[in-house]
Design a protein around this ligand. Sequence first.
Ligand SMILES: [Zn+2]
Length: 399
Amino acid sequence: MTTATVTTTPTTTTAIINISSLVTNDTSLGKGPLGLIQDAAVVIDGDRIAWVGETSKAPATDNRVDAGGRSGLPGFVDSHSHLVFAGDRTAEFNARMSGESYRAGGIRTTVAATRAASDADLEAGLVRLVREAVRQGTTTLETKSGYGLTTYDEARALRIAAAQVDEVTYLGAHVLAPEFDGDPEGYVALVTGEMLDACAPYARWIDVFCERGAFDGDQARAVLTAGKARGLQLRVHANQLGHGPGVQLAVELGAASADHCTHLTDADVDALAQGDTVATLLPGAEFSTRAQWPDARRLLDAGVTVALSTDCNPGSSFTSSMPFCIALAVRDMGMTPDQAVWSATAGGAAALRRTDVGRLTPGARADLALLDAPSHVHLAYRPGVPLVSAVWRRGVREL
Ligand SMILES: [Zn+2]
């Protein structure tokens, strides 16, 4: 394996050659739904992909990196995470693994710690997790607020997030703030009023935890409608812990994604199949709460677009590893390795309504990973093994 050190500047072209098998997610470039190319090369120009094809046909460039027979794929697009927080919920996890069940209310433990943390501590925690994700091949990240639950703390979280990640989501409606116990309508009024005004400038998205123990269908509709009126686009935490109105609401209101989708009726699946809302599955949450797996096979068979994401958060899924989620999806959710890899890259991009990431095609952002393995299938075949051995993000070598 050769790992040349390359310094890339925006005016430099670099060819990565001798990639044994490359996932492009562009069916016009290669074979099958993943657009696979054997013995491939990728040319990076600044922060963009300039050329993709067979190594033997690669154009001349300023620099060359020999992949030495490793495989390649677009950087993972992790479209659902909660990375702005302080504190730790080891004890809760330990208790759950000793027999207690997961409830949405545990979020308040993190809320108290997050409110008490300094800006610098929140930023340092976020940066640490972003670096951790990048080392595992993630090159596009969405993250949310939702551990502040006051106007000041929610806006603060989003301001910190906006400086570090690609996509920022306002999740004031994560759980009821403790100050509003017994007054959910009062809290929804805050989330859709003053808090929304303070948060909208930092966010592209608005999200709501539509679940028993969090927000019901009417409250979720009020939150999403208010966000939409302020120009935010919609995503929904839906049908994680039980059946509920979240998925249908997401489709009805044109949300980009309904996230979790663990407990679905046939009508929910039909709605997803007929709308353009992506179903984002978050198997780290089921793993970490010993819950029933979402049925990816059922969704795929119905023609639903499926994304995979980590849901990285300190309570119910403290993993930043997309390869881990791919392995779970293949082992326990009925996905083929090809489908899981597509969902973790192009699927995540679809869930964020992005066309510039999640694929390796001329003009796309130069985000890719190399694996110490002959093909992407090894992500599921060799679970838990750190196969990601090189990462470029926006054309810059980060690993
Ligand atoms: Zn979440």
